[in-house]
Design a protein around this ligand. Structure first.
Ligand code: SF4
Length: 327
């Protein structure tokens, strides 16, 4: 369950469009609205190309929003602010990337990689303090002091992700966007990184936006889960609510693709096979964006966009199967 219902981040009608050429605009994120509560892990899932990584980067302010707004602790992330205020927000919001190797400068030692944020934000007064802080961070993420003078290529994938986590923690953030942080790792290492993230959350009261392409990955770490399709949210629920009773046909299909541990249940359950590919975000379908692949599509689905509504407490869905439309 979510730890509190105190809003840390509010995302309102967020858009991030990319101009492809003179005529075409790619709507990677197109009107995303949701909240992230203090101390929770919000899992964001969807197939590749659904806009979840762009959403994460836009929420962080790494991409300028094309529309809408993000407020972090009541302050706008994209609005005009003084350099000092901007620096403070970037300190409070950090990111962990899918490919830790690509995100670590190969020519820098681990010590300098981790201390970059410490230097930028002036968090250590002396060289000794800087060094001590790096060692403490390495130990926090399960590495040790000897690792600080080595280079990224000397580490395994799991260790590099730990370095990425230490770098994010170095500036003492409140909120971390973890963009597919375990997708590139071996299955045996994935659980270790997830457990580390959970431990750090407990110790430091961190809030996570955990992005993944598959629902089984977010199941154990998330308090709530949001499912994205073609630049927008189609369902949000508590983790249990979503896995026990998925409402949106897209979520139902994603869940039906997860193998079950019990062979008897696995044999008897029905798989929903989605036909076709995700349509292009340059030219999305009219009405419900999922209608071209939806096994339950009705006549209304091609002409009216389903409203994103709270169907039952803490369970939101955008689908005409549940109530009236707004159009
Ligand atoms: Fe399927 Fe229609 Fe619901 Fe869209 S609105 S998910 S097409 S039933």
């Amino acid at each position: 369950m979510a730890k509190t219902k105190e809003t840390l981040l509010e995302i309102k009608d967020l858009k991030r469009h990319f101009r492809v050429d003179r005529k075409n605009v790619l709507k990677a994120v197109d009107g995303l609205s949701f909240e992230i509560y203090q101390g929770e892990t919000f899992g964001l899932v969807g197939e590749s190309g659904c806009g979840k990584s762009t959403a994460g980067r836009t929420i962080m302010g790494l991409y300028q929003a094309s529309g809408g707004e993000v407020t972090f602790k009541g302050t706008s992330v994209h609005g005009k602010r003084s350099k000092k205020a901007l620096k403070e927000t970037t300190r409070r919001m950090q990111m962990i990337f899918q490919d830790p190797y690509a995100s670590l400068n190969p020519r820098m030692t681990v010590k300098d990689i981790i201390a970059e944020g410490i230097d930028i934000h002036g968090l250590a007064k002396t060289k000794k303090e800087r060094e001590d802080r790096v060692i403490e961070l390495l130990e926090t993420v399960g590495l040790n002091a000897e690792h600080r003078n080595r280079y990224p290529h000397e580490f395994s994938g799991g260790q590099r992700q730990r370095i990425g986590i230490a770098r994010a923690l170095a500036v003492d953030p409140d909120f971390i966007v973890a963009d597919e942080p375990i997708s590139a790792l071996d299955v045996s290492i994935q659980a270790q990184v997830v457990n580390l993230l959970k431990k750090l959350q407990k110790e430091r009261g961190l809030t996570y936006l955990f992005i993944a392409h598959d629902l089984s990955m977010v199941k154990h770490i998330s308090d709530r889960v949001g499912v994205m399709y073609l630049g927008n949210m189609v369902e949000i629920a508590t983790s249990e609510g979503l896995y026990e009773e998925p409402l949106h046909p897209y979520t139902q299909a994603l869940l039906s693709a997860i193998p079950m541990a019990d062979p008897q249940v696995e044999r008897s359950r029905e798989r929903i096979i989605l036909e076709g590919d995700v349509p292009s975000p340059i030219n999305p379908p009219s009405g419900c964006p999922f209608r071209t692949r939806c096994p339950m599509a009705m006549e209304i689905c091609s002409r009216a966009v389903p409203e994103f509504k709270e169907h039952k407490p803490d369970h939101w869905v955008a689908c005409h199967l549940y109530g009236e439309t707004s159009n």
